[in-house]
Design a binder for this molecule. Structure first.
Ligand SMILES: [Zn+2]
Ligand SMILES: [Zn+2]
Ligand SMILES: [Zn+2]
Length: 345
């Protein structure tokens, strides 16, 4: 699978799993996961896009504009799922095969990233109680082990980590760069996230403001000169017609301009290190990975790679050994018999 064998930073193809990148010297701790996230709106019932890691406790429905409480624990589960997909996809033991314990029988994401199963889907349901409030958990996430690519050429982008949650991408053909910066929250479960590539986090563009026209209608304004911006429906950024500054239209203001594009868009998460699910699988713990699809396999005995414990010769090796012994013994007997005979004469 091409996507998992690229260096996450310089996009150089890597050889064996776990190999250090020969070009940038990066240890293979980082890997990309493409995600597509939605939540079900409590007002209109539609599935609305979550195009970035919105952790301020509320989300806005792009269909009806309803701002609603959203539990961060929904994101915790989604991130753990996405990391597990990135870590465990692409083979029975995924990215970091254990030297002794094989998780191949329990790995729910072994085939993810193949043409048959390009992505894995996780849907959350039910509700949780936070501060006396019943909050539904309706996040739906699709995750695939995929390196971000230049939308124009399809070539893998190269990256430079500038700081935690801040990076620069470079398109190999044009050399065009983009920077992304997000505020890293102080939450233990976001620690495996090294950086995020989402239009919402573009730091190389100004961010459009919302203002009011003299007639009281909400309008978008250039943050540089205050001029009114008139974006085409559905666009994500626009050049100010007065000062020519590039202005990004943030997710929350897209509803203001009644963007008809309400489908979720993919974004990319750069993870580092093995996933929690891998650790649980290696420890032989019960998991509910794969939304229950793999429950039948749960009680399968853990496969231990005997070959790595004891160097045991194979059946063929043993037969060859006995055959050689017999041949050598027979030759020795023949030689000694004829030599003894020639001495007697
Ligand atoms: Zn590299
Ligand atoms: Zn809605
Ligand atoms: Zn302007």
């Amino acid at each position: 699978m091409a996507s998992t064998s690229l260096c996450a930073l310089c996009a150089t193809p890597l050889g064996a799993a776990g190999e250090t990148c020969g070009r940038c010297g990066a240890r293979p701790v980082h890997y990309w996961v493409r995600v597509l996230c939605e939540f079900q709106c409590r007002g209109c019932g539609h599935w609305a896009p979550l195009n970035y890691l919105d952790l301020d406790g509320s989300v806005l429905c792009q269909h009806c504009g309803l701002e609603q409480v959203f539990s961060n624990s929904s994101w915790q589960e989604a991130l753990e799922f996405a990391q597990a997909v990135g870590d465990l996809a692409g083979g029975p033991d995924g990215r970091w095969p254990h030297s002794v314990v094989s998780i191949g029988l329990d790995n729910p994401f072994a085939a993810v990233g193949s043409p048959k199963r390009p992505e894995a889907v996780h849907a959350q349901s039910g509700s949780i109680t936070e501060d006396g409030l019943q909050i539904p958990k309706t996040l739906r996430i699709k995750a695939a082990p995929e390196h971000p690519r230049d939308p124009e050429t399809g070539q893998p982008l190269t990256f430079q980590l500038l700081a935690p949650w801040e990076l620069r991408s470079t398109a190999p053909a044009s050399g065009r760069t983009r920077t992304y910066k997000a505020a890293k929250p102080n939450l233990p479960w976001v620690e495996p996230v090294a950086a995020i590539v989402s239009e919402e986090y573009r730091s190389d563009q100004l961010t459009a403001n919302v203002g009011q026209s003299p007639t009281g209608v909400a309008i978008l304004q250039c943050p540089s000169c205050g001029g009114t911006l008139r974006p085409e429906p559905g666009c994500r950024a626009i050049d100010c017609s007065f000062c020519h500054a590039r202005c990004r239209i943030p997710e929350r203001l897209r509803y203001v301009i009644r963007s008809p594009n309400v489908a979720a868009e993919p974004w990319w998460i750069l993870f580092s290190g093995p996933s929690d699910l891998r650790k649980r699988l290696e420890a032989g713990e019960e998991t509910d990975a794969g939304n229950g699809a793999d429950k039948a396999r749960k009680n399968a005995p853990k496969v231990v790679r005997e070959a790595s414990l004891i160097e045991e010769p194979s059946v063929t090796d043993r037969r060859l050994y006995w055959l050689m012994t017999i041949v050598v013994c027979a030759a020795a007997w023949l030689v000694s018999t004829f030599w003894a005979g020639s001495l007697v004469e």
